[in-house]
Design a protein around this ligand. Structure first.
Ligand code: CA
Length: 231
């Protein structure tokens, strides 16, 4: 047997959990990801996912929405941004996507998907979550403090829990504070891909981020252009 090429940079392969009740799809996803060099743990229900997550060093969850018992949305909500999540949506349905992003998913892949698309998304999310940026470097903007190394965000001294994606988004906006950043720029830099028409994804995340920060004025919308972070 040919040893699969490692997709993760150092040491052991990252372990990915696949939560999917449909045998054909579950087996397919497992095969794709194993071929890309990941260790895969496949579970069939949301309950099993939550149990197994405590037992294994899972780096990312590929999560189907339609599951017996508690569904993918509820699993994602209970994870609370602890582990990056890529949701599998049954159809190319906007409501599903938006709901997924609102419960804290980092990305989504619509069924049917290609192996290449799925593994590319997995790689991109892992790359972002594993990125150790600038040690303890701290950025402040008005009442906002962002600690890169610890990946912590405070507003007026109160810690705000952000998902991986929301943190990256905020980090990028702060790095460009005072400048206008376009939605396409955000898609490319924070999401790692540029697909025309995907800007709704950016809008949903920005709205969520503003809500969590409790200070919508920190991220301003610049009409027709994009966003600007300013104190
Ligand atoms: Ca299903």
């Amino acid at each position: 047997m040919v040893r699969p090429q490692r997709a993760y940079d150092v040491g052991v392969a990252a372990m990915i959990m696949v939560v999917e009740d449909e045998p054909n799809i579950g087996a397919l996803v497992r095969t794709y990801l194993q071929r890309a060099g990941y260790d895969v743990l496949w579970v069939r229900s949301g309950e099993d996912a939550l149990i197994e997550l405590r037992r294994h060093p899972i780096k990312l969850v590929v999560l189907d929405i339609g599951l017996p018992g508690i569904d993918g949305f509820e699993v994602c909500r209970r994870l609370g941004g602890e582990v990056p999540v890529i949701m599998l949506t049954a159809r190319d349905e906007e409501p599903d996507r938006v709901a997924g992003l609102e419960v804290g998913a980092d990305d989504y892949v619509s069924k049917p998907f290609s192996p290449r698309e799925l593994t590319a998304r997995v790689k991109a999310v892992l790359r972002r979550s594993g990125r150790a940026v600038g040690g303890d470097e701290v950025t402040e903007l008005g009442p906002l403090t962002l600690a890169r190394g610890a990946r912590e965000v405070y507003v007026d001294g109160r810690e705000v829990e952000l998902t991986q994606r929301e943190f990256d988004l905020l980090e990028y906006l702060l790095r460009n504070a005072g400048k206008v950043v376009t939605r396409d720029q955000l898609l490319e830099s924070v999401w790692g891909f540029l697909t025309p028409g995907e800007t709704r994804t950016v809008e949903v995340h920005v709205a969520q981020l503003r809500k969590k920060l409790g200070r919508p004025d920190l991220i301003k919308t610049v009409r027709g252009l994009g966003y600007k972070a300013s104190g």
